[in-house]
Each structure stands twice: as structure tokens, then as C-alpha cells.
Design a protein around this ligand. Sequence first.
Ligand code: ARG
Length: 458
Amino acid sequence: MAQLWGGRFTKATDKLVYEFNASIGFDQRFFKEDLQGSRAHVRMLAKQGILTEAERDDILAGLDGIEADVESGKLEITSEYEDIHSFVEANLIDRIGDAGKKLHTGRSRNDQVALDMRLYTRSQVLYTEIQINHLLHTILHIMEEHTETIMPGFTHLQKAQPITLAHHLGAYFEMFRRDELRLQDIYNRMNYCPLGSGALAGTTYPLDREYTAELLDFYGPTENSMDGVSDRDYLIEYLSALSTIMMHLSRFSEEVIIWNSNEYRFVEIDDAYSTGSSIMPQKKNPDIAELVRGKTGRVYGALMSLLTTMKGIPLAYNKDMQEDKEMAFDAMDTTNGCIQLFDGMLETIQFNKDNMEASAKNGFTNATDAADYLVNHGVPFRDAHSIIGQVVLYCIDRGIAIDDMTLDELQAISPVFEEDIYEAISMDTCVNKRLTVGAPGKEAMEKAIESYKEYLAE
Ligand code: ARG
């Protein structure tokens, strides 16, 4: 047990207490960020005359040595140390002696861990954004190819009106674009440096906080030291953004699962992205989509966990805050992994255009347009709605589509029908007459695609 704070204690820590308290098992994940923060801190201390240049150089060389040895496997991060901060400091002192004992001048583990977590989260926010951006490219690519691929649009999972695959995927483009913008907002709000907040009340050393902030690529220092050490809002915002991303991926997964089912056969998932059954030889299961849908819960769990941890914590640092890490790390890994796998599945998926179009045709998705036809011929909408209801009933009884009815049959229900009804309710008309902003008509869709391209080019 290597501890930094043994001075005022007369007894050794109980073994179980030590293990309960330790965080090295998970905070070693930001070993690099811890070194990065220490380097900036020590440069600033020397610039301010708090350390000599020789001390600074010794410490920097010591930190480099620790990094190299950990990377080569010569030095192992073990549970002998309470946390990653203790590991680095203890090893530094072992290597360079007294100068190493000066690294922590004007710093507390409270602002140190606040910095490390922020640096780590900041790079994860960027990583998630890159992944989402790639997914947006994949979606846009499919959209471009399928502005004429007709499929049923659903409400209540009942066929409603015909749309195109481009239109359907455009809805997901919108969702993931909002996710990307949300990540950018979070980045901009979180990009302030807590280093120099000390334990809670700053320090009497003449620290230059602007300088460390600049060295670490922050916009500037955080403006209240109590908040600096105890703010985890940025992490809550990020977990909330990850939860929203997972919610979107999960909805999309649910659709892929439905589309891949034997009854729908709208899509064929690539062999590389499906799995088989150990007993049923005919099976090809959409496991990736199911796992993405299933993993959504643990990301929400991380958000709920941190919100709950934070709700009762008085200012400033309390050890509860060590609980900000494990589930958050899991949520980051989970979401980043899910985006990547979902993206790969989508890039390789095959769309069965014929099945999609046949499904749109066979589900009375043109019933609204048939009613609109009557309205255009002077029938009040409520009456038109009722007439088409009778038409649909007639078709259901005979197992046919509205288009399959003869003009005589149609006129027997309403004399308003003329020969041009067939043209008016063709799938092509139903989709391509819908040209308002955001609608599935080809011209409207092409405009949307143009604007998405511009967005991605920025
Ligand atoms: N492992 C601790 C954490 O994750 C580091 C900060 C320790 N600070 C303290 N006052 N005990 O929060």
C-alpha cells in the first residue's frame, strides 16, 4: 500500500478499507491525461519561479521515463497504489528523489482528478463526434441511392402512406446530426481548465492558471475554484448525449430487426454482420441490431447513476465523486462501439427494393390520396374519408388493392371516380406529388440531400 497521506495516521489502513477506497483499478485509464496535466503544472510552476528550471527538467524527464516504462511493460500499474495520481507521484520520487516531491506543489488530487477526467472526457467527446460523422456519411450515401425506392411509411406499425427509403433514412440523418451538434455544444461548454482550483479554495502560490489552461488547449481556466473541483456537469451532459445517441441507434435497430424478419424481408443483413443458431440451421439472426438495442439500457444506467451520485453532494469535493468513473467509462466504450458496429452493418446491408415497393402497394398506403382525389372533385373530406373506407373494406373482402378495382366497381361505390383515379393513386404520384419542404417527393428529397451534403462538407 503506497499512500500519499500517511503523516497524520498512527495505524495502517484496514485492508478492506484500502480496497474499498482505491480507484487504481479504473482510473489508470487516464494515466496519459494525468501525465499531461502534471507536465503542464510543472512547466507553469517553473515559469512562475516556484520551482527551478533544473527541478522542472528533472520532473519532466522522470515523467517521460515513467511513461516509456509503462508503455514498454517494464513498469506495471498495480493495486499497490491507491490511485493513478499516487502511482505517478510515488514512481517519480523513486526515480528522481527530492525534486519529485515538489510536483504536487500548489495542487490537490481534487483539482488533479477534475482535470484528468475532463481531459479524458474531452477526447472521448471528440471521438464520438468522429464516429457519428462517419455514420452520417453512411446514411447520406444510402439516401442518394434510394430517392426512388418506394416503401410503406408506418404509424402504429401499420402501413400509412408511401414514402421512399431516402426519406425514411433522412429522419435518422436529422437525429444523428442533432447528436453531433449536441456533442459540439458540450465540447464548447466543458473546455475550461479546473487545474489550479487546489483542494477547493485555490492556493497562495502565484499560479498562472491561464498558462496551464493554454498548455492543455483549454479556452481558459474555470472561474470558481469550488465549482472547478466539484463540477461533473460536463460528464452528465455527455452521458445524456450518449443516451440520446443510443436511443436513436436503438430505434433504428428495432426497424432493422423488423425489416429483416421473415414477414417483411425489406433488408438482407450481410453475413459478416449476422449470426446463426446452434440448433436451427435456417437461421440468420440480427444479433448486432439486437445487442445495440439491448445495450442502450446500460448507457441510460450510467446517466442515472451519476445524476443520483451528484444530487446529495455538498460543496466541494467528496469521495462520492470517485463514482463518476466506472459506469461512465463503460457508457463511453459501449456507445462508441455500438456506433461503429451499427455503421458497419448499415454500410453492408442490402435493401430488397421489390419487397418494399410491393409492401407499400399492398397496404392501402394510397388510401389518403384516393380520398384527396374525391376532395379535388368536390366531395367534402369527411364524406371522401367514408367512401374510401368502403372501398378499402371491399378490397379487404376480395384480397385486392384499390388499384386492382375496375372503374365499374369503383363507380358503384361513388360515381365521382373517373379513369384518372388510377394515375392519381399510383405509388409514383403518391410519393412524388409530396413536394413540400421535408416531404418524400423526389425533388424535395434531392434538396434535402443537397443541404446534408453541404452540412457534411463544412
Ligand atoms: N480517486 C479520487 C477520485 O477519483 C481522486 C481524488 C482524491 N481526493 C481526495 N480528496 N481523496 O475522485
